[in-house]
Design a protein around this ligand. Sequence first.
Ligand code: HEC
Length: 150
Amino acid sequence: MKVTILTIFILSSIFITPVFAGAGHTGNQFSDRKKSRITRWYNKSMVMKGAKIYEQNCSSCHMKNARGVSNWRKTDETGNYPAPPLNGTAHAWHHDHNSLRNIVREGGQAMGGTMPGFKDKLSDKEIDSVLAWIQSYWSDKIYGEWLRRS
Ligand code: HEC
């Protein structure tokens, strides 16, 4: 068989794309093959609602899959900190549930940060859904630590 660029392209889109598509979602508790062993405060339907809310309100800064800006520990050229990851790799899990709700409601501007507050835009239920979506990216270990601190 003569292997043309086109056949390589077609084959790679059949065999490689699903792998990449899957990889993009690893870390989400509901897409992992391994089931979570800890009972969480939210359910799958909240997480699915939260995904949409996140996409519309948060992903422009906190990026896809809540992975944040890679150099989030360093201030940018305006002297502000960029949006950190929320996926359990930074320190969002150091805040208990009420503090997380407050950060989303009030934003970070009162504390010298740049995140806008969402209390006029999102209901308490919507804020909880988006937190559920974020936490679905936390490993059992991180979630367990968060529970211990909350
Ligand atoms: C305009 C950019 C921007 C948007 C939009 C935004 N954030 Fe943020 N967020 C930030 C920045 C920057 C910080 C760091 C604190 C600060 O500067 O206010 C932050 C901090 C946080 C924190 C605290 C993280 C930690 O490690 O302490 C949480 C939780 C959070 N954001 C959730 C959200 C959620 C949920 C949404 C959507 C409803 C959202 N953010 C929308 C920029 C943004």
